[in-house]
Design a protein around this ligand. Structure first.
Ligand SMILES: C[S@@+](CC[C@H](N)C(=O)[O-])C[C@H]1O[C@@H](n2cnc3c(N)ncnc32)[C@H](O)[C@@H]1O
Length: 294
């Protein structure tokens, strides 16, 4: 058990992590039987839960190489502003131990490193760290290559590690992190309630949960306009730029399926978090949800 946990915790060998990640998420032997039969949605399709996990995995495996480019194109660069605001709301201090869940190609963790550096906080004697966790090794590999290219992997004062694991069952000890972020990731998870429970478990008392996710526009005319843009344009852009239609169709459908701000706030509270609040960005196209383990 201890050996298995240490293998999962730090991805020293790509081969080992791929095998462990795959075995962990696609073995039906370790899953409870009734879980396999539970239904959920994959975009507008109704599927078994285990099927959703596989399909989401395929989506991000397919888009990993073009993921960063497509984010810029689809949001006209606005996702960068949302993520900058997200990091300002987190406002990390020296000694922050961050777990960036569904961290993909590293956008949030790189902002975290920049934030500490720009505020001259990374040189403090309180060691800070970031663990980028994602279920998809392909996304992590793109992130690691970016970290190399952009010099983040050589950042001496903040420890950075990459972990391939499922947000719903983390190979991490209780009360470990002082902050948990998840940006545009949670709606892709099969059991959002389990993800929230795990977030609560691995956070230290006093730790902060912060989630950036697409949400619902409160005004029906704006929602209609936004729907026209997303349903008519985004899959077309996906086809033209990344040569893929289906993953981008899933993307817009999954946004529609995700609970609205109030419902998601209640789910965060049900997981045990306190002082739960949210802030709409760009009229509610997305929202930052915040909570504390108190
Ligand atoms: C839209 S990307 C977000 C990446 C990054 N956080 C960002 O903001 O650009 C969603 C990520 O969620 C990951 N993901 C989906 N289900 C997951 C799960 N159960 N556990 C961990 N990561 C998951 C996917 O592999 C993908 O990398």
């Amino acid at each position: 058990m201890a050996l298995r946990r240490s293998v999962l915790t730090l991805i020293g060998s790509k081969k080992a992590s791929l095998r462990v990640c795959g075995a962990k998420h696609f073995s039906t032997q370790t899953e409870p039987k009734e879980d396999d039969k539970r239904k959920t949605h994959f975009g507008f399709e109704t599927v078994n839960e285990d099927e959703k996990t596989k399909k989401v995995h395929q989506v991000f495996e397919t888009v990993a190489d073009k993921y960063d480019l497509m984010n810029d194109v689809m949001s006209l660069g606005v996702h960068r502003v949302w993520k900058d605001i997200f990091m300002m709301r987190l406002a990390p201090t020296p000694g922050t131990k961050l777990l960036d869940m569904a961290g993909g190609t590293g956008d949030i963790s790189f902002r975290y490193l920049n934030y500490l550096k720009n505020k001259d906080l990374s040189a403090s004697d309180k060691p800070s760290s970031v663990t980028v966790c994602d279920i998809n090794q392909h996304m992590l590999d793109v992130g690691k290559a970016r970290a190399e290219r952009q010099g983040y992997s050589k950042e001496p004062s903040v420890h950075m590690e990459w972990l391939c694991a499922d947000a719903e069952r983390l190979p991490l000890a209780d009360d470990t992190y002082s902050a948990y972020t998840v940006s545009f990731g949670i709606r892709n998870c099969t059991r959002v309630d389990k993800v929230l429970e795990e977030a609560y478990r691995v956070l230290q008392p006093g730790g902060r949960f912060l989630c950036l996710e697409f949400s619902q526009l409160p005004n029906s005319t704006m929602q209609w306009m936004y729907d026209q843009y997303s349903f008519q344009m985004i899959p077309v852009m996906g086809q033209l730029i990344a040569g893929q239609w289906k993953p981008y169709k899933y993307l817009v459908e999954s946004i529609r399926q995700f609970p609205d701000q109030e419902k998601f706030k209640s789910m965060i509270e049900e997981a045990g978090f306190r002082q739960v609040t949210y802030e709409n960005l760009t009229f509610g196209i997305c929202a930052i949800h915040s909570g504390f383990k108190l």
